[in-house]
Write a new protein. Sequence first.
Length: 355
Amino acid sequence: MKKTLLATAIAGAMAASGAQAATVYNQDGTKLDVYGNIQLAVYSTKGSNGEYDTQLTDNGTTFGFAAEHVIYDGLTGYMKLEIDDINADEMATGPRQNGGDTAFIGMKGNFGDVRIGSYDDLFDDWIQDPVTNNEGFDVTDSTSYSGIGGSIQTDQLTYISPSFSGLELAIGTQFKGDAEAENVSGDENASIFGGAKYTVGNFSVAAMYDNLDNYEVTAAGLANNQEFGDRYGITGQYQWESLRVALKLERFDSDVGDVDSTNFYGLGARYGYGHGDIYGAYQYVDVGAEDFSDTVADAADGDFPNENNDETYNQVIVGATYNISDAMYTWAEAAFYDKAEDEGDGVGVGVTYMF
């Protein structure tokens, strides 16, 4: 499951159907909520040999705590802790892991919002999720293609300004100290990311940049002081009643010799039909493009999409959810990644119980 789906589900599906996280304490300006879910799914996906492999698996079961307290009028402190790696499908025999999904503390008020810890990076929230925030399958993006993975969510400090007539500004860093085991160079280092988001009525547009500078000192296999690359993107979305449409332009600009720069052009839509959602996404991936103008030039010259013999992929994901009750829903998805032997293509069905 997408790591931000739990928050989306609580705010969306649960709110629409009436389910709530459980408030276990609310007194003297301090509030503590407990929430969670159990998710199970069956996936059938094609491997590199073109054969389907099927499994019943945990799909992101999570148990969480959220707390906040009023420091004084206009200033609130808060924390959030989510535990995953629960392996709901193999609880009796599976290995126990010290896994987690989210852990951070912060303060919010008239000055804006600042948090520190491990959580979904802002690039994911503002640029990638509006196009695809699905139950199981996802299109590729600058995070997955560059091989960064979940490490991008760790050791973060993020500040988001209050809204200035619809405009929010954000800046942050990911810091890796010289005492941290994952820092292979032994030198402390900090990356910089930032962006802006503007909302007017039902329309919003967000732009982000991340220099990924931390990964010149933390990514094993890269020479010390070798620049890893940068990523940037812009996403616009429009909400009209129960329909949301989003358009994304994203780029991973690689500085590593054996890794190609890649453009991602995504279009996603989600429609709430009353008992759940119907959704889909299309993404065109241009691997090896020098910049965004490469794809535009190919189209203008009539050689679209592959004038420069770059790798290109057309990725499609479709899915639907159905609310069984106010705390339980089921879903189905299909994904097509346009790879040799249809590698990665598959279908999935699952069920989620939330509280």
